[in-house]
Design a protein around this ligand. Sequence first.
Ligand code: XLS
Ligand code: NI
Ligand code: NI
Length: 444
Amino acid sequence: MPKNTRPQYFNVPQIRFEGPRSTNPLAFRHYDPSESIDGVTLKNRMRFSIAYWHSFRGVGGDPFGPGTIRRPWEEGRDAISVAKRRMDAAFEFFVKVEAPFWCFHDRDIAPEGATLAETNRNLDSLVAHAKALQKATGVRLLWGTANLFSNRRYMCGAATNPDAHVFAYAAAQVKKALEVTQELGGDGYTFWGGREGYETLLNTDMKREQEHLARFLHMAVAYARSIGFKGQFYIEPKPKEPTKHQYDFDVASGIAFLRTFGLEKHLKFNIETNHATLAGHSFQHEIEVAASQGLLGSVDANAGDTLLGWDTDQFNTDVKETTLAMVSILRAGGLGKGGFNFDAKLRRPSIDPEDLFYAHIGGMDTFALAFKIARRIIADGELGGFVADRYSSYDSGFGRDIEKGRVGFRDLEKLVLSKLGEPVPRSGRQEYLENLINRYVDGP
Ligand code: XLS
Ligand code: NI
Ligand code: NI
């Protein structure tokens, strides 16, 4: 990456890889961006991305009080020049932590104006600024998206709003967001449900709302293709929050939704760890469900808190959780045009600019280490071999006939009565396998 010649906003040096023994808190221990593994550098393999909304718009506010985080570049009266300075700071950060990608919502980067036309003009001026910064630094856009949930007009949803006027407004907003994503060379575009869900069925026509959401997605895909956008579309499931019941509850219900409305050819899943756990699933479970249908797309790399029932969006430092997820990701052939986007935020008392560095260094190191461990687990073959052996009765004979649909209940009854008799139970060896995983996680 070319040297950043702009004014420096962070009093932190370029973060370097120093190896697992390093005790420098401002160094990578596992993420060596230039390390080539299986012919691909870690930088190109992990495709780490910084989420603009959390790291450059989040100020630590919660329902009990306003933000605690104050950044020097936020001072000033002219919203557009503040937005530009903020973006300069953001790109300095991306370069310093060697993140090759970023992600943003339209409204993260530019303020809304009094009319949609004015809002679009504001966005255009920040997109021009972003384009120059991308060119100067080599940082690219992993995916774009639109904020269809903060403004009051979207209080009852965007595509699922009972008022067609709001649907139309959201369509106009997403049209522009797609153009902007295309302009910045984005590799993808994400639809997270936002307020697409409901609080009470007393005032909701659920069937109609779901049909409207599907119609909206078809329109978005058609428009994007018409302007030559070749990126991947993602749907990001979440079971609850902000609405009590979100329509994209989890990957399984998302698959049913996509298939019902003929959208499965156009969208894959962007899976967020914290959304998985809020839905009562593990991160790995959601990845497996998507991968089993060839619909694994990208990852919002964060973690929830098992003791709290909301979307805490923390940086993930759990090597075991990420390793298991990574095993499933690698077996599925990786993320393709997707990446690991740190949709994660600092805790409210983590108010210093350095905290942004510690947070991302920890997240990057954890996922890079998980990748290396998962790769060894797969290469050694013991785990995979165990599972293959467990299902081997389906590889030949009547087991194969079952899988191929060559036998029915009559044949199988005959077989059991005449030949097979009582099955011999075999241990599932869960504890043995848990120890096996620990050997990799704790081991050299
Ligand atoms: C919120 C979502 C959101 C999406 C992008 O819970 O995770 O941040 O990733 O709109
Ligand atoms: Ni997310
Ligand atoms: Ni989240």
